[in-house]
Design a protein around this ligand. Structure first.
Ligand SMILES: Cc1cc2nc3c(=O)[nH]c(=O)nc-3n(C[C@H](O)[C@H](O)[C@H](O)COP(=O)(O)OP(=O)(O)OC[C@H]3O[C@@H](n4cnc5c(N)ncnc54)[C@H](O)[C@@H]3O)c2cc1C
Length: 276
């Protein structure tokens, strides 16, 4: 049960959504955008968030689109993880999001909600971090296409009222050789001890990880692509370079264990990319 009253809005246009947000905020009340609601509802039930209104974006066509248009894939922020995986349009993203929560919840969670939410893992961001992706946002009543890293450094940085409308991925990245690995402590369905998404372009390997640190981050591309030194040394150099980002906790794993797992995962990744 949610122990407080709030209003529910389901606008049909972006203009309506941002206008509702603005009007509610002007009265001193707290509106929130609502994607799948999985985080909003569970946090509201435990009392860790409170709001006066939710603005459900699932009837806004720009937020629910999933299509390839000229040279890019457009994924609306309210597209569910299930729809992304089933579409097959971006296999690396599909594989990554199919390992978030369980099959039932994947039908509710939206890509925008996963990236804007408070849970530190934000695994859906990993493929976007290594594909030069852009994000369409509403800022000051206007639509802007900005590089993903302009608003995301492992955490999402939006001002109050700004809305993620879409993620834009260059078509050239969609079917490159890739590798996704998710390691959990015990069960297949769990938060990641380590989740890694990697691709190989003509310029080399790019990889991003979640679960190793307190937010997702890129592995150092320069080291991964030092092709004149053996892979085993590149693995050790990568681990040395990110030592300070690796966390240790009593619930999932110690830092030493995370390093051990990363070493195996990187070795597997180099193996997978051989000849690709
Ligand atoms: C059982 C379970 C297991 C999970 N396991 C994992 C896991 O292994 N890995 C992982 O990464 N995550 C995991 N999660 C977290 C899950 O991904 C989040 O609950 C989910 O991301 C929230 O998405 P949502 O669409 O339901 O967002 P909502 O609950 O609708 O929103 C979450 C937040 O994002 C904001 N928001 C939503 N859409 C937008 C938008 N378009 N623009 C701006 N702000 C927006 C909302 O205002 C709210 O603050 C798990 C969750 C559950 C319940």
């Amino acid at each position: 049960m949610i122990a407080f009253d709030f209003a529910y809005f389901r606008p049909n246009t972006l203009k309506e959504a941002t206008e509702i947000y603005k009007q509610i905020a002007l009265t001193g009340k707290t509106p929130v955008y609502y994607g799948g609601g999985t985080e909003i509802i569970s946090m509201a039930r435990t009392g860790s968030v409170k709001f006066d209104a939710v603005i459900d974006i699932k009837s806004i066509p720009e937020c629910t689109t999933l299509c390839v248009e000229s040279d890019r894939l457009i994924i609306g922020s309210a597209v569910t993880l299930t729809k992304i995986a089933e579409s097959g349009c971006f296999p690396l993203l599909g594989e990554t999001v199919s390992r978030i929560a369980d099959h039932t919840i994947q039908g509710k969670i939206t890509i925008g909600g996963n990236i804007a939410g408070t849970i530190i893992y934000r695994e859906a961001a990993l493929p976007l971090m290594i594909t030069n992706s852009k994000v369409k946002i509403i800022r000051k009543n206007r639509l802007h296409d900005v590089p993903f890293f302009d608003v995301f450094d492992g955490d999402l940085h939006l001002q109050k009222g700004e809305l993620i409308v879409q993620f834009l991925i260059d078509k050239n990245y969609l079917n490159l050789p890739y590798c996704h690995v998710k390691k959990t402590k015990l069960d297949k369905i769990d938060y990641p001890l380590l989740s890694m998404a990697a691709i190989k372009t003509n310029n080399g390997i790019s990889a991003a990880v979640s679960g190793l640190g307190d937010k997702p981050f890129l592995l150092p591309g320069k080291i991964l692509n030092e092709t004149d030194i053996p892979e085993t040394i590149r693995v050790d150099k990568t681990i040395a370079a990110i030592q300070n980002n690796i966390i240790s906790d009593l619930i999932i794993a110690s830092k030493e264990y995370r390093v051990f797992v990363l070493k195996n995962v990187l070795t597997q990744m180099f193996h997978n990319f051989k000849g690709a």
